[in-house]
Design a protein around this ligand. Sequence first.
Ligand code: PMP
Length: 399
Amino acid sequence: MGLFDKLQPIPARIAAIGDGPVPFDTMIEEILSPTEVVIDGRRTLMCGSNNYFGLSFHPDVLAAARDAISHDGAGTTGSRAANGTLAAHRDLEDAFATAFSLPHAMVFSTGFQANLAMLAGLCGPSDAIIVDLESHASIYDGAKLSGAQLFQFRHNNPADLAKKLERQPDGTNCLVVVEGLYSISGDLAPLSEIASVCRDAGAMLLVDEAHSFGVYGARGLGYAEESGVLDQVDFIVGTFSKALAGIGGFCVSRHPELKYLHFAARPYVFTASGSPATIAGVREALRLLLRDNVALKARLWDNVQRVRAGLSAAGFTIGSTESPIVPVVVGSPDRAIGMWRALLEAGLYANIVLPPACRADACLLRTSYSAAHSHDEIDRAVSVFTHVGRALGIIDAAP
Ligand code: PMP
């Protein structure tokens, strides 16, 4: 089999869905605001971004990024372990450590690389990594890169995790990896049960708070804070590309060994560090997010409740957990693609989830909301969904 043979099914699959916009290949022509973009010449409501607080256009974030680019230039042109550690990177690490009241923090070039670096930096062939079945690709790839044995436990099932851990000869060689808020289903992890199972087995626990940082917890530190288990988690990982509206990732920990990864984790050592503008923008976004967390979360949850009530009342099957991620279950891939295209045509962007990321009879539109959406925009989203859902027979016609 030649190198290209495995790519040949892709054009055939694209051709099979007929003329029209192609899922996973949308081009945004202009970003008008955190909640509106232009796609195919049309003003489009953004219901598929992870910009949970709309900070991507905050004037203070933009000013910080502009100052940094003028002062330190466009890029660092080097890795953190070479010439790419600026005072701003260290300052951002200190800010994360202070926010979590933990002694150690590391900043990575992307959230994906944070997981690659953590899993492959901590674990090797004599270790075991046990992950929730619905874990993000970066967690699976980090496990592969580490060479550790990989085991999965049933989604959000601490009893199954306990079983998998019991089979391990030595719990202290095991790293358990879960997410605070799962990115597709919008489910929250039962973190206190998971932490207690890990403690009983002597295993370490890493929680990826990519989608939950900022959104949960009294101070906005994530779902481990909200669950009261911050002191029982060994490593908290997060990304800058969602609530912090930038690009990069972080890890905080009470373990001093975290700082040794600066010398040992290949996805950190052998890649360029975050640009001055990125790091400065994220530093400002973090300051705003921590300072205004209560007000930002209040606006976000108000929008989440409003959209969930509207979509449910219209008859849609939506995810059961109240979170900024609201999956709308549509059915077969054909129905999902038809609905996704009709929504775009009607001026609404949502993300589409198709097999193998879901069951073939439970394809979905993954919608996500922001504190920056106005009530009018939320109502428009519900109305567009309702109109399109009725026209395509996904929900019943009006009584
Ligand atoms: N972890 C999770 C759970 C994610 O959902 C994502 C991105 N969607 C990442 C890690 C990777 O983050 P980034 O896009 O910042 O690289």
